[in-house]
Design a protein around this ligand. Structure first.
Ligand SMILES: *[C@@H]1O[C@H](CO)[C@@H](O)[C@H](O)[C@H]1NC(C)=O
Ligand SMILES: *[C@@H]1O[C@H](CO)[C@@H](O)[C@H](O)[C@H]1NC(C)=O
Ligand SMILES: *[C@@H]1O[C@H](CO)[C@@H](O)[C@H](O)[C@H]1NC(C)=O
Length: 335
C-alpha cells in the first residue's frame, strides 16, 4: 500500500497461510496461506528511530489469538529497515527494535503455530534513497535472517512495494541480493517472498516489466511472487468503493496467466475492499477465482490489521474493525 498519509503509512497487513496437514489449525484448506497484515512497527515512518508506544507499536497478541481462532494462519509484520539496522545496511541491529520483532514473531510462530512474514516496508528505499547497493542489501538480509535461521515458520519478504525504481534490473538485482543474503545466513528452510515494481501490483505486473523477475534463482527453490491488488478505481487502496463486482478477478487474470506460463507460485500479499455490497462481491469473486487457481496462488493477505487503525476503511482488527466484522465472515468459507 502506498503511504498517502501517516495513517496509511502505518498500514497493516495480515497474512494467513494454510496450515500444513501436521498442524493444529486446519481452517485454511484450499490455500496454503490466508492471513492479515499486522501494522504498527512501520508506523510513524518520519520518526527514526522513533519511540515505542508513541511513534510505533507492535501487533497485539490477543488480536493474533482471535484471528488464529478464526482460522487465519499467517501474519505479515511490516518493519522499517532504518529502525532494525539504523547506521548503514551493513551495520548492527538496534536491540530494542530487534527484541520487539523477535517477541512478536516467536509468539506467532512458536506459541500460535502460525507463519510470520518479516516485511521491511521500505518501497525499495533506505533513508529515502533507492537501494542500488546490492552487496549492502545482501548483508542487511544476512543479518536480519540470521536471527530466524532456525525458525521454519518465518517467511522473508524482501521489500515492500518497490516503485519508480528506474530500470527493472534495479529491482531484479535487489530481490536476488535478498535471496542471496537470506541463504548466506543459513536460513535455508524458509520461503522467500519477492515483490516487483509499480507497488508490486498484480494488474500492472506485466506492463511494469516484472516479467523479468522470472529469472531469479534460489538454491532452495522456495521463491514465492508476492503481488498486491486493491479494487478501487486507481488500484491504490485508498477508497472504500470498488469498480465493480468482478474487478478483482479481472485485475489478476494476466498475472495468473504469467505465473502459470512461467511455472511460478504467487501470493496476494495485500488486498482489500470497502465494507459495502459491491466490494464484498468483488472480494469474494476474486478469492473464488484464486481458489480455482491454487496451482499458482498459495493464498492471500488482507490489508490490514493492527492496533492503531482506528476507524480505517479496511480495518481487520478485532473486535470492531469494519472488515473484521463484515468482510472476514464472507471470506472464511472461501479459503
Ligand atoms: C533503538 O531504537 C529505539 C526505538 O526502537 C530507540 O529508542 C533507541 O534510541 C535506538 N537505539 C539506538 C542506539 O539507536
Ligand atoms: C468490471 O470492470 C472491468 C474493468 O473495466 C471490466 O473489464 C469488467 O467487464 C467489468 N465487470 C462487470 C461485471 O461490469
Ligand atoms: C502489509 O503491511 C504492509 C506494511 O504496512 C503494507 O505495505 C502491505 O501492503 C500490507 N499487505 C497486505 C496484504 O495488507
Amino acid at each position: 500500500m502506498r503511504f498517502g498519509s501517516l495513517l496509511v503509512a502505518a498500514s497493516t497487513a495480515v497474512l494467513v497461510v494454510a496450515a500444513p496437514s501436521t498442524e493444529k489449525k486446519k481452517r485454511v484448506s484450499k490455500f496454503r496461506w490466508f492471513g492479515v497484515n499486522e501494522s504498527g512497527a512501520e508506523f510513524g515512518n518520519t520518526a527514526i528511530p522513533g519511540e515505542l508506544g508513541k511513534d510505533y507499536t507492535w501487533p497485539v497478541e490477543s488480536s493474533i489469538d482471535t484471528l488464529v481462532a478464526q482460522g487465519i494462519n499467517i501474519f505479515r509484520i511490516p518493519i522499517l529497515m532504518e529502525r532494525i539496522i539504523p547506521t548503514s545496511m551493513t551495520g548492527p541491529m538496534n536491540a530494542t527494535y530487534e527484541d520487539g520483532l523477535i517477541s512478536i514473531v516467536n509468539y506467532i510462530t512458536n506459541t500460535k503455530g502460525a507463519y510470520a512474514i518479516v516485511d521491511p516496508h521500505n518501497f525499495g528505499r533506505y533513508y529515502g534513497n533507492i537501494i542500488t547497493d546490492d552487496a549492502g542489501f545482501t548483508t542487511f538480509w544476512a543479518t536480519l535472517a540470521g536471527v530466524f535461521a532456525n525458525n521454519n515458520k518465518v517467511i522473508f519478504d524482501c521489500n515492500n512495494e518497490p516503485h519508480d525504481m528506474g530500470d527493472i534490473s534495479v529491482v531484479t538485482g535487489l530481490m536476488q541480493a535478498c535471496i542471496n543474503g537470506v541463504r548466506a545466513a543459513g536460513a535455508t528452510s524458509q520461503y522467500i517472498f519477492v515483490e516487483g515494481t509499480s507497488y508490486s501490483g498484480a494488474w500492472t505486473w506485466i506492463s511494469a516489466g516484472n516479467g523479468a523477475l522470472s529469472g531469479l534463482t534460489d538454491p532452495q527453490n522456495k521463491i514465492v511472487y508476492e503481488m498486491h491488488q486493491y479494487l478501487d478505481s486507481d488500484g491504490s487502496g485508498t477508497s472504500a468503493d470498488c469498480v465493480n463486482s468482478t474487478i478483482g478477478s479481472s485485475r489478476i487474470e494476466a498475472a495468473t496467466a504469467w505465473l502459470k506460463s512461467e511455472g511460478k507460485l504467487g501470493i496476494l500479499g495485500e488486498f482489500a475492499g470497502g465494507s459495502n455490497s459491491v466490494c464484498e462481491s468483488a472480494v469474494t469473486d476474486m478469492l473464488t477465482y484464486m481458489g480455482e487457481n491454487t496451482d499458482v496462488w498459495l493464498g492471500a493477505l488482507w490489508w490490514g490489521g493492527g492496533p492503531w487503525w482506528g476507524d480505517y476503511i479496511y480495518s481487520m482488527e478485532p473486535p470492531s474493525g469494519v472488515a473484521y466484522v463484515n468482510v472476514l465472515p464472507l471470506m472464511l468459507p472461501l479459503i
